[in-house]
Design a protein around this ligand. Structure first.
Ligand code: ASP
Ligand code: MG
Length: 409
């Protein structure tokens, strides 16, 4: 008998009908001879609605209370799915993250899973139950409930699969898998049969909203093979797994756009040791995920420093930066949230040259100006104007011929 962890996203459990359909699918999986653990997201747009509610009350709600509020979304889902399974005559039990033994660190709204003690889950599986666990949450060292960051149910599923030593972890969504680009932006985008952990990691953190990047990190660390597939069809999805040599045949696997970043530029700071250290130390202390950093050439002993961070962290970043300006002797600061970060990703970049040049040329030919650049071994990212994001993705998808099935070299 195999143990399967299945995770259903928000749109797959959006209403009562969806819940019944998911219950049927879970039951079919069990009837095929498997033990099943299900992780669920909040129904539909529940999390967004809860955040809107909180912000109507207080534009900067207390993080502990925001977590207490957001965690209810997944708790509703798991209880409702248990009821739907009972209605089918199945044995099922729902659990919150804390009940399932998921322990997290103390960083509210983006907590990390520290350990999982799945004894209770195992006990219920042994009794023949389908176990349904609320995604996106765990118990922190203060015995408070904390959430794992947007999209965190993916991470719950992968971490549980690792802790339970599950045979398979399936992420069921309203799309059929991982695509070469967002199909809503690029109609020729192709579903990938497989993708390496590192590629998925880059795409996930670069704005492809298929999987939470933390989930991919976890999968890579513990060797959990993931399948991303549709909960609405029975077609095979995309398998995310360890890189094999032949994956390098393809230079670029996919293109992603992240429109949820903002750029902060601190102008005319003294060009001397310690300035950057001071700034980024304080940003780190405020748990702001700084992504790209660019420092310009120094002119008359002064320089500009720009960095990007998630738009959602902009208010917190302002709180850190403003009081620092005077202290570090900066002339001013500029905030820009009308940017997009466009990335091309592929393990094949390790063994092919001229990729950056092809990317920049394609953008230039379409009058798309590049404001920032950063690279890694398997990724090139650029920051451009936000309104050009879709165009840039389309142009790059075409330039690297991602719509065509790969020709083996
Ligand atoms: N409900 C949370 C969100 O919308 C977590 C999740 O769906 O994975 O971000
Ligand atoms: Mg959701």
């Amino acid at each position: 008998m195999s143990l399967i962890v299945q995770k259903y996203g928000g749109s797959s459990v959006a209403d009562a009908e969806c819940m019944k359909r998911v219950a049927q699918r879970v039951l079919d999986t069990q009837k095929a001879g498997n033990s099943v653990v299900v992780v669920v997201s909040a129904m539909g747009d529940t999390t967004d609605d809860l955040i809107d509610l909180a912000k109507k009350i207080n534009p900067q709600p207390d993080d502990r209370e925001l977590d207490a509020l957001m965690a209810t979304g997944e708790q509703i889902s798991c209880a409702v799915l248990a009821m739907a399974l009972h209605a089918e005559g199945a044995q099922a039990v729902s659990m919150t993250g804390p009940q399932a033994g998921i322990f997290v660190d103390e960083v509210h709204t983006k907590a990390k899973i520290m350990t999982i003690k799945p004894a209770r889950v195992f006990k219920q599986l042994k009794k023949g139950n389908i176990v349904i666990v609320a995604g996106f949450q765990g118990l922190n060292p203060n015995q408070d409930i904390a959430t794992l960051g947007r999209g965190g149910s993916d991470t719950t599923a992968v971490a549980l699969a690792a802790a339970l030593k599950a045979d398979r972890c399936q992420i069921l969504k309203d799309v059929e898998g991982v695509y070469t680009a967002n199909p809503r932006v690029v109609p020729e985008a192709r579903k990938l049969d497989e993708i390496a952990y590192d590629e998925m990691l880059e795409l996930a953190s670069m704005g492809a909203e298929v999987l939470q990047s933390r989930a991919v990190e976890f999968a890579k660390k513990y060797g959990v093979e993931l399948e991303v597939l549709s909960s609405f069809t029975n077609k095979p999805g995309t398998v995310v797994r360890e890189e094999v040599k032949k994956m390098e045949d393809i230079v670029v696997r996919g293109v992603a756009a992240d429109k949820k970043q903002a750029k902060v530029t601190i102008m005319q700071v003294p060009d001397q040791p310690g300035v950057a250290a001071n700034l980024f130390k304080q940003l780190a202390a405020a748990h702001i995920n700084v992504d790209m950093i660019v420092q310009n050439v120094s002119e008359q002993a002064h320089t500009d420093i720009s960095f990007t961070a998630p738009v959602d962290d902009l208010a917190k970043a302002k709180n850190v930066v403003e009081p620092l300006l005077k202290k570090i002797g900066a002339k001013g600061v500029n905030y820009d949230n009308d940017i997009a970060k466009i990335s091309i990703v592929g393990v094949g970049m390790k063994s092919h040259s001229g990729v950056a040049y092809r990317m920049f040329e394609a953008l230039a030919a379409n009058k798309i100006n590049i404001e920032m650049i950063s690279t890694s071994e398997i990724k090139i990212s650029v920051v451009i104007r936000g309104k050009q994001a879709d165009k840039a993705v389309q142009v790059l998808h075409k330039a690297f011929e991602l719509g065509k099935k790969s020709k083996k070299k």
